[in-house]
Design a protein around this ligand. Structure first.
Ligand SMILES: [Fe+2]
Ligand SMILES: [Zn+2]
Length: 449
């Protein structure tokens, strides 16, 4: 142990008598000694306010770091070690710390972008001094530069070990019973304030879909409604669509045929995130009922009933294409599986399923995978078509439907007569950005970066 670290340990002990387990009990929960709980800021936190949304993304949140009084902070030529009261010790390399300096000279205070020149940092950089205080860990570098890392920031971004408390997303998985109480918000509310939009996107996040009632039955009002979340995504179908069954675009969506449940745009590397449908008119005919299926619930069932099928659909990559229009042939940069998982936490994040848009599958790792794939696809299809899975509803003018195309599958029954539908897509990243900024605090977001 170095003299400096002994000093730090002593200093921590002396100047902050409340860092131990014993003294923690004396403190209110929200006032951790070093740093602040992310949800204890003075601004109201809509996550809590609405009670709808506990987490909205792969989250790094709610750390309440307390530096242990029983062990000492130390540093050597390569790293700083911080022992936490919870019994773990984090390891931070000096090079990493210098590169992540949070000061205004190293990170632009407005744009939040990195200013430090990473490549000017000597590979074997070492601080001249290390000290702890209420504000955090202060490192003084040999050129005089100072870096202060708040304790909660250090805990949140600890990489060895990783200390983030991962909270599973609070999804409400539903079956056909959702017809009794489908999520809905009001058009006026959404148009009037960001609180209305916050409620809306929180419901979309939780349920994977939401209705908006009281929408004026015009394309213009529908377009403005979508734009409350984000700009509309342009595709080969255009931006905002307003269409009838005329095969203007060479896709079965532009016919009156029945469409089995699917997700849209499996042929994009980045499939459409949200999709809105607003029925403007259906006259001189019948049919055209809409069906929604909660794909995350269906996947959960598949995993329980047939783990092998779940594995197959998570691994076998399916090529997809959109080539009906003579001037285009859209394909993702690589084929993707049906079930796509987050690389670090394993959570299911995206379903890509459109059997009609599947291209020729002529790349197999193993010959047995061919049969395995057809078996798995059949098991999946059976779950999607079960009675308790399907939620049928007739769209009607004035009631727009929006859903998460990475989670909820949609389809419709065949119809007759004139049916005019409008709507559009929103990118997943833009919708999630809106969700994050409306349903969290700026402080919490910036700390998580
Ligand atoms: Fe579709
Ligand atoms: Zn700096």
């Amino acid at each position: 142990m170095t003299t400096a670290s002994r000093f730090i340990a002593r200093m921590l002990k002396n100047s902050t008598p409340s860092i131990g387990r014993h003294s923690l009990k004396l403190l209110p929960r929200v006032s951790s000694i070093y740093g602040t709980r992310f949800n204890s800021t003075s601004q109201p936190d809509p996550d809590r306010e609405t009670g709808i949304l506990k987490t909205y993304q792969v989250t790094k949140a709610d750390a309440r770091p307390v530096v242990s009084e029983h062990h000492e902070i130390s540093f050597d030529d390569k790293k700083v070690l911080i022992p936490w009261e919870e019994g773990k010790t984090s390891y931070y390399q000096h090079l990493w710390l210098r590169d992540h300096c949070q000061c205004p000279a190293c990170r632009h205070p407005e744009t939040k972008q990195r200013l430090v020149n990473t490549f000017d940092i000597p590979r074997n950089i070492k601080p001249a001094g290390v000290e702890g205080s209420e504000a955090g860990l202060k490192l003084t570098w040999k050129d005089g530069h100072e870096s202060v890392f708040p304790w909660d920031w250090l805990h949140l971004h600890s990489y060895a070990p990783r200390l983030e408390r991962y909270l599973s997303p609070q999804f409400h998985l539903w079956g056909s019973e959702i017809e009794n109480n489908p999520p809905e918000v009001n058009y006026e509310e959404v148009m009037a304030s960001n609180d209305g939009v916050a409620l809306w996107v929180a419901k979309i996040y939780k349920y994977g879909f939401c209705y908006v009632s009281g929408v004026p039955v015009t394309p213009q009002a529908t377009k403005s409604l979508i734009e409350r979340i984000a700009f509309i995504r342009e595709t080969h179908y255009g931006g905002f669509w307003d269409f009838t069954a005329d095969l203007e675009k060479k896709d079965m969506a532009y016919t009156n045929l029945a469409l089995g449940v699917h997700t849209d745009t499996t042929y994009f590397t980045d499939p459409a995130g949200l999709q809105m449908f607003h029925l403007l008119e259906h006259s001189d005919g019948s049919g055209g009922q809409s069906i929604l299926v909660d794909g995350f619930r269906a996947a959960k069932i598949l995993r329980e009933e047939d783990p092998q099928a779940y594995k197959t659909l998570s691994n076998v990559r399916i090529p997809a294409h959109a080539s009906g229009n003579p001037d285009s042939s859209i394909q993702p940069f690589a084929p993707f599986p049906v079930l796509n998982h987050h690389p670090s936490n394993g959570e299911l994040v995206q379903i890509r399923w459109n059997n009609d848009d599947r291209a020729t599958m002529d790349r197999w790792d193993d010959l047995e995978d061919v049969e395995k794939f057809y078996d798995a696809a059949r098991a999946w299809n059976d779950i999607l078509r079960r009675q308790g899975t399907e939620y049928w509803e007739q769209l009607r003018p004035g009631r727009a439907l929006i859903f998460d195309n990475w989670r909820v599958l949609h389809g419709r029954s065949a119809f007759s007569g004139k049916r005019r539908l409008c709507g559009g897509y929103v990118n997943m990243d833009d919708y999630k950005s809106r969700l994050r900024t409306l349903c969290s605090t700026r402080e919490r977001l910036l700390k998580s970066l």
